[in-house]
Ligand binder design. Sequence first.
Ligand SMILES: [Mn+2]
Length: 266
Amino acid sequence: MRKRPRILVSNDDGIRAPGLLALAEALCAVGEVAVVAPERNWSAVGHTKTMHKPLRASEVALLEGVTAYQTNGSPSDCVALAVLGLVGQPLDLVVAGINEGANVGTDILYSGTFAAAAEGTIAGISAFAISLDTSVSAGPSHNYRQAARFAARLAQQLLDMPDSRPWLLNVNVPDVPDGQLQGVEITRLGQRIYQDALVERLDPRGRRYYWIGGPVPGGVIEAGTDIGALAASRISVTPVRLDLTDHARLDELRTLDLSLFQEEAD
Ligand SMILES: [Mn+2]
């Protein structure tokens, strides 16, 4: 009989986030779950490695039968701690989420949820980030259970695949009631439109400080993209690679004269 797979669950909203609990609960049907998550909210922290202060981890009671730690590290630190031995080895899958709020297009460069999944892939383990698109929520409570059911299904399928290159997937689920999803779409990353503005204020001592912010970002609704899928009430699953090289522009870049030794050669 095949051994039960071991699944690491993390997030960036913190150990007490409802999305984390729903995800861990659902994944217990697929394998043995361990949770390592930040003690506070680290949303939009990106991919961080803590190198200049000690990391602490303490065991917490989260869910019956699940080993769970909270740490003072970032989301990607949490996954690093786990894959380097904080929880038992080996780990077969890393799942990060369920984030409160979509992570589409260039959001994934800011997202701590995506960074946690990427840390798993860097360690050679298949991983996915899963986020709930709360821009379509009907009210203050969210349908994490539906997204968690999808996470369990995807986890099972990935674990059943024959050994392959580790996957890195970015998943977004519309926050709609059960029965209102319009399917699942395999997508590419779309184009976010941020409307950030610089707010300048004075602190009580008369010194300037700045705040970067704006309304919830929009996006270009284009067929085939994550943003297009969400706009059509479909779950979006995007395969992502960590090689950010713009391969199509390598030859164009080679046409620039970048030699420091041109004059000597002439
Ligand atoms: Mn978050």
